[in-house]
Design a protein around this ligand. Structure first.
Ligand code: 9WN
Length: 425
């Protein structure tokens, strides 16, 4: 007798198990063989509904790679794994005890830690694991607040598009065009052998990604020099919004775990930083290296502009974001990463059009927080049917729903599981 079809929740759990490499979870066997910063934190949210201690271990593995300055890297490299570029030799960390990249990614870990704790609040072993993690997160958050706010606005400035997690989004086009890298900055790509080049960033973008990494290696990863010398320095709306949310969760962990982390003034500053990025068109990034002067608003829209929903918005702010959500991000399979009527919209090319489960998850939780329950439920339903019908893909065509990028992708499974197990109220 054929076995009955398994439920979506069972398939989510099975996908995470399949990508589980013991101490960490690979984003996908097809393109990404290492541990990535925000991917691991999203996976931990999924493990909250399977085995919270396993989720805490995922976060522990990530913060073990913390650099002396406090930065938690965006990649912790797996020893002996060479099928991804750039590897640790390009970052100049191959000889380090824990080879890792030297740039970061949105700090989701504190958000995940809070959900893990809520899953098993009286588990002493879990609490001990999370206490250790929280202490590392405190150093990371302090680093971001101190080192990544060169304009003193409270918003977080990123030094590389990879730090946003939304690598080739149009929001970075102008800043990347501001300087000409030498041709030797190129490194041999490995992604195009394993994925359709029509879904990946262009060569001119990769040349700049490589040039930034090369320059950072030359600064010997001094955090002050990184910010002083990087030709790319942009206050990032989504990174700043997620940081402000993570700050709030770190404060909650302080009370719940009785551990010395978090700082209310720092959290308030992070929130003010996001608010400082509001324009009449919506929330927009600010380019601190723009030729026309320090602090030029980056006019390019993108789904990132909805992420301030994870703050407690006032009525005007909420109305602005909801207007943008309804007007600019409607599609048969929302949320497109770029408004479909934007000239640069490409429904299959990575962060220039496709729908991403992690962004949907942030927006759903933000709508929920701001009391927009009907919208939150609708988007959660649409997101769950997308993964149910088309599998755990890296991203999806916003018009047809067709899967794109790497298949068997961890965070699509982990976050779908979280939406099933913690449904919108
Ligand atoms: C560079 C792993 C990562 C995600 C990012 C996504 C992509 C890497 C790449 O894959 O970036 O960090 O090689 O393209 O843009 O969000 O964390 O899934």
């Amino acid at each position: 007798m054929p076995s009955p079809p398994s439920s979506l929740a069972e398939r989510c759990r099975a996908q995470l198990r399949e990508n589980d490499r013991g101490p960490f979870t690979i984003p996908s066997v097809h393109l990404y063989p290492h541990a990535w910063g925000w991917d691991s934190a999203f996976c931990a949210l999924g493990y909250a509904h399977i085995d919270p201690r396993r989720g805490a271990a995922e976060l522990g593995y990530l913060v073990e790679a913390q650099r002396p300055c406090g930065l938690v890297p965006h990649i912790r490299f797996s020893p002996g794994e060479t099928d991804y570029a750039p590897g640790p030799e390009v970052y100049g960390t191959a000889g380090d005890p824990v080879p890792a990249s030297t740039i970061t990614q949105p700090p989701i870990a504190a958000i995940a830690a809070r959900v893990l704790l809520e899953a098993a609040p009286t588990d002493d072993e879990l609490r001990a694991q999370l206490r250790d993690v929280a202490l590392s997160l405190e150093r990371w958050h302090a680093h971001l607040a101190r080192r990544r706010d060169p304009a003193g606005t409270g918003a977080v400035a990123i030094v590389h598009p990879w730090e946003s997690g939304m690598d080739n989004a149009p929001r970075w086009d102008r800043a990347l065009a501001e300087w000409e890298p030498p041709p030797e900055a190129a490194f041999a790509r490995r992604d195009e052998h394993r994925a359709d080049p029509a879904e990946r960033p262009h060569a001119h973008q990769y040349l700049r990604y490589g040039d930034l990494v090369r320059r950072f290696r030359e600064t010997r990863h001094d955090p002050a020099r990184l910010v002083r010398e990087s030709p790319f320095l942009v206050e990032d709306v989504s990174f700043s919004a997620l940081f402000a949310w993570a700050e709030r969760e770190l404060l909650a962990l302080r009370d719940a775990l009785d551990v010395d982390v978090g700082c209310p003034e720092r959290t308030a500053r992070a929130v003010a930083g996001v608010r400082s990025l509001r324009t009449s068109a919506g929330f927009r990034d600010r380019d601190l290296r723009a030729a026309e002067g320090n602090g030029a608003v980056v006019e390019a829209p993108g789904v990132f502009e909805l992420t301030p929903l994870c703050l407690d918005l006032d009525d005007d702010e909420l109305a602005l974001v909801l207007r943008r959500l309804d007007e600019a991000y409607d599609a048969p399979h929302p949320l497109p990463s770029l408004p479909v009527d934007d000239d640069r919209f490409e429904p299959r090319r990575y962060w220039r059009g496709p729908t991403w489960v992690n962004v949907n998850w942030v927006v759903i939780r933000g709508l929920e927080r701001n009391g927009e329950l009907a919208r939150a439920r609708r988007l959660a339903r649409q997101t769950l049917s997308l993964v149910d019908e088309h599998g755990f893909s890296e991203h999806y065509h916003p018009e047809s729903g067709a899967p794109g990028g790497a298949a068997a992708f961890s965070w699509s499974a982990a976050l779908a599981l979280d939406l099933l197990e913690r449904p919108v109220a």
